[in-house]
Unconditional design. Structure first.
Length: 451
């Protein structure tokens, strides 16, 4: 199992360096094409080639962005990495879809004044076929990605189709580029494409073969499954041998339960136990679909595998006098890990927890939270949108009136704001915090879904 140093946010590459490296690889084919010194064609032809060169490099880098490599996502977070992946996918789709329609240069035969056919598109039947396959598949893949949640098949099916569909596009695209591309057929640029395609396919090998093999060598077993609140369970696993993975409070893993890691039925869950308890890992899992609805039936002793830790909703490496924690529903899971670690470490920095639910029966770990409010410097605010008549806590959603009432932003100057829960709640809370004057760099969040 891959292990991780004690400070996740300093393990990743700095975002500026990441962006610079990304831009350098995306623009490299343009530089290489310019260096070839071929006679220039009209603007539309050169523009079309330039779009395709940049878009193909971006497409091949998509594999690295979505491969869950900590060196990429540790600092910026998986959320942002995946959003970047999606944004780039949409842009490159635009580039590649218009690419064939921009050309004005004739396809075979050679022009009389161009005996060496440098100004002619050399498009054989096979490169026409691979170009068309890649072009159509790319559109299909991206449209299916955007509409993923509306599709009638399972997330896992979508994920495998997405990965292997992308590999088919990479191979078809490389063939088309090297066979038909005026610049890409030059040996240096062809070698560049083969190198990037190799890296892209390697990332699939890492995700689908090497990581599961590593997980297989470090199995866990389920030691308890307990109901924690309405439709929510606490699952605890322990390694069959040795210690559990090292992680920081607030991080998450991809968890495989009762299946081989090759089955690709893993799901992301935050670790709700604390790092000090190295002998086991605890998760708080809410029923939300086909897999999570079966958690209550999970047998004690079932095998479990983890890939991680991932995520940057962590405290080490940040110089902060206090923390405001805002959780919606099961979003309290990573926050429990942070609070539990504070308790073990006897950390007496001030904390404010604003924890919102719809119903009282959904509140997780109520008595433990009350205990923590006694032993830590924790200001605990439970908020319900549909409270029972006897409720004496706050009432409402985690909206502007509630947050304005519960937070004194000026008094908490320099504090970190951690927000966890469903995507719509995070987006709205982040907007409100910014409106209330919290600088963006003081807010870190973990969405429990990808857009
Ligand atoms: C970083 C992160 C941390 C999370 N932590 C927790 C937690 O501590 N507790 C908790 O209850 N939930 C957590 N979730 C949400 C949890 O992963 C989903 O509820 C669960 O995967 C749903 O699976 P399902 O098959 O039951 O539901 P489905 O109906 O199959 O899926 C519902 C939606 O969940 C998402 N999803 C499903 N499978 C995956 C997957 N393998 N990878 C990514 N997204 C997927 C998809 O958007 C899907 O549309 C977290 C999610 C993320 C991204």
């Amino acid at each position: 199992m891959r292990d991780q140093g004690r400070n996740p946010i300093s393990n990743g590459v700095h975002p500026v360096l990441l962006l610079t490296g990304y831009a350098a690889v995306a623009l490299a084919p343009l530089g290489l094409a310019y260096a070839e010194g071929l006679p220039p064609r009209g603007f539309r032809d050169e523009f079309s080639s330039a779009l395709a060169l940049v878009a193909f490099a971006m497409l091949l880098m998509e594999f690295v962005l979505s491969g869950r490599f900590r060196v990429v996502s540790s600092r910026i977070g998986i959320d942002l990495t995946m959003r970047f992946h999606q944004l780039i996918a949409r842009s490159l789709m635009g580039f590649i879809l218009i690419h064939p329609f921009l050309y004005t240069t004739p396809i075979n035969p050679a022009l009389p004044w161009d005996a060496s056919r440098q100004l002619t598109l050399g498009l054989s039947a096979t490169s026409f076929a691979t170009g068309t396959i890649g072009w159509v598949l790319l559109g299909v893949l991206i449209v299916l990605g955007i509409g993923r949640d509306q599709l009638p098949y399972r997330y896992e099916t979508w994920r495998v189709l997405h990965g292997f569909g992308a590999a088919a596009i990479a191979i078809a695209g490389a063939h088309h580029a090297i066979d038909a591309g005026r610049y890409s057929s030059q040996p240096t640029i062809a070698a560049f494409w083969l190198f990037l395609v190799g890296i892209a396919l390697l990332t699939l090998l890492v995700v689908y073969v090497i990581t599961p093999l590593r997980q297989l060598r470090h199995p866990y077993r389920v030691i308890s499954v307990e109901k924690a609140a309405l439709k929510t369970w606490t699952v605890v696993i322990e390694p069959l041998r040795g210690q559990a993975i090292r992680f920081e409070a607030g991080q998450f893993v991809w968890l495989t339960l009762d299946r081989t890691p090759f089955a690709i039925t893993e799901h992301p869950f935050s670790i709700s136990s604390c790092p000090a308890e190295r002998s086991r890992l605890g998760f708080t899992i809410k029923q939300a679909g086909d897999f999570t609805n079966t958690i209550g039936e999970l047998g004690i002793g079932s095998r479990a595998y983890v890939d991680g830790p991932h995520g940057n909703v962590t405290l080490p490496g940040r110089d902060i006098p206090g923390v405001v924690l805002i959780a919606g529903g099961v979003g309290v899971a990573p926050i429990m890990s942070i609070l539990r670690e504070f308790r073990v470490q006897r950390d007496l920095r001030p904390l404010i927890l604003i924890y919102g639910n719809r119903l009282a029966e959904q509140i997780l770990y109520r008595s433990e939270l009350d205990d923590m409010a006694r032993v830590l410097r924790l200001d605990l605010h439970l908020v319900l949108s549909e409270p029972p008549p006897t409720w004496d806590g706050s009432v409402g959603r985690l909206d502007k009136p509630v947050l304005t009432k519960l937070l004194d932003i000026e008094a908490n100057d320099g504090w970190l704001y951690i927000v966890c829960g469903p995507a719509p709640m995070i987006d709205s809370v982040e907007d409100i915090l910014e409106e209330l004057g919290v600088p963006m760099h003081r807010i870190v969040s973990e969405k429990f879904s990808y857009d």
